[in-house]
Design a protein around this ligand. Structure first.
Ligand code: ASP
Length: 438
């Protein structure tokens, strides 16, 4: 049987009680042979993540201030786990190495990585399983770029013939042995890399929620958990702000055809959300998988009479945006108008210059920018070929008294995207979800 890779996030490994739950989960299935660990996260809302304490140590050291109190807080976090679980571990020796490095030559990524390093070592000792360091297997270039194929080979080689292992998430190293980290939340990425390297049949991502929700619970109370979602649906929903997983974690698993299961360490009996290429038949027939959205978009509206006769008009507009590094999100066009939806923050970096270039190069009859647009994506493979879904969405929004400012349906029929005023965003999401539930 192919193995399962189980990655446990920071809240799943935040203290001794959580370590116990993790051990129970790992022992409950003999196929959970490879475990990827995050640093201890928050134990409660007011707590500080060990990774944040480590960044603080680095800042203090580089400002010539005393990092000892912050280091003592970190020590206390690990000591609690170690003492309560009676793990035999040379904590002070390990912390001595880290403190000496911090004093001699502080390095940001090295410091940040020590939370995963120590936690994975502790977990390995607790489970009685070998520790395999990511520094020898997850490869980066000297300037900090992740090397995908080199990592896959190194991980596969290191784990070949290995029955069980605990691997720290979040970091790797370059050829000179210098540590580099992924962006925050990057242990998810390590988990996916290990899953690919050991040809896992499943990548379990254990966290503190029972999966992905149909929509934002701050807007719609108690939304259903999505039981199955395809990689493509996930991409659409995460792009619009519904995130359960580090973006870069999806690609390696998806390319290797390994499904990802989001699970809850605090409710291990819950099935969670399964992310895979294809959906099981029942899920594929459900018209809508999820609804997500975000605020902070602007529309650039350009009008030019007889625009439809002028070849290359749209291309010129997009080229101007590209030259200023502004990505475009959507581009709904009329006969004599073209509008481009962009991220307001991206546009703000060069708004004047972009508008000047459009005037100069395109001489439009009219040019304006409207800010304050929110976008809502209704996503689901099942919408393809089903009649009436769009009608239900639009009538829901209309009945809520909300004006739709833009509509975009991808030709794949995977999603319908509508733009509304930011002030109407919550009401529109609520109305759509209510209507789709009926
Ligand atoms: N510990 C790192 C962070 O807090 C990485 C992770 O937990 O995935 O971002």
């Amino acid at each position: 049987m192919k193995p399962i890779v189980a990655k446990f996030g920071g809240s799943s490994l935040a203290d001794a009680a959580q370590f116990r739950k993790v051990a129970d989960i790992v022992r409950a299935d003999a196929d959970r042979r490879f475990v990827v660990a995050s640093a201890p996260g928050k134990r409660n809302a007011a707590d500080t993540k060990v990774t944040d304490l480590l960044y603080r140590c680095y800042e203090l050291a580089t400002q010539g201030q005393d990092a000892a109190p912050a280091l003592a807080l970190i020590r206390a976090r690990f000591a609690q786990i170690m003492d309560e679980l009676s793990i035999d571990f040379p904590l002070d020796e390990e912390l001595g190495v880290i403190a000496a490095q911090l004093a001699a030559a502080p390095a940001r990524d090295y410091m940040a990585s020590r939370g995963e390093y120590l936690n994975a070592k502790l977990l390995a000792a607790y489970l009685g399983v070998p520790f395999v360091d990511a520094a020898n297997t997850v490869r980066f270039s000297g300037d900090g770029r992740f090397i995908a194929e080199g990592t896959n080979e190194a991980l596969a080689t290191a784990l070949r013939g290995v029955e069980r292992a605990v691997i720290p998430g979040f970091y790797g190293a370059d050829e000179a042995g210098r540590i580099h980290t992924f962006t925050r939340g990057g242990s998810d990425v390590t988990g996916a890399l290990v899953a690919r390297a050991v040809n896992a049949r499943l990548y379990e991502n254990w966290t503190d929620v029972s999966g992905m929700l149909f929509t934002d619970p701050r807007i719609v109370p108690n939304p259903d958990t999505i039981r199955h979602i395809s990689y493509r649906e996930l991409r659409e929903l995460s792009y619009m702000g519904a995130s359960v997983l580090h973006e870069d974690a999806v690609f390696p698993a998806r390319a290797a055809g390994i499904p990802i299961n989001i699970r809850n360490t605090n409710r291990p009996a819950d099935a969670g959300t399964m992310i895979s290429h294809d959906l099981p038949p029942a899920a594929a027939q459900r018209p809508v998988t999820g609804v997500a959205g975000r605020k902070g978009f602007s529309t650039l509206l350009v009008e030019q009479s007889l625009m439809n006769n002028e070849i290359g008009f749209g291309a010129r507009l997009l080229n101007i945006l590209a030259a200023h590094g502004v990505p475009f999100e959507h581009c709904p066009t009329g006969i004599d108008t073209i509008s481009v939806v962009v991220d307001t923050a991206a546009l703000d970096a060069c708004r004047e210059a972009v508008l000047r270039q459009i005037e100069l190069q395109m001489h439009p009859d009219h040019l304006s920018v409207e800010d304050g647009l929110a976008m809502i994506a209704v996503v689901g493979h099942g919408m393809g070929g089903q009649r009436g879904i769009a009608a239900r969405i639009f009538s829901a929004v209309a009945e809520a008294g909300v004006n739709i400012r833009m509509i975009d349906q991808g030709s794949s029929e995977l999603n319908i995207i509508i733009g509304v005023d930011e002030a109407d965003y919550e009401a529109a999401v609520r109305a759509i979800c209510e209507k789709l539930r009926k």
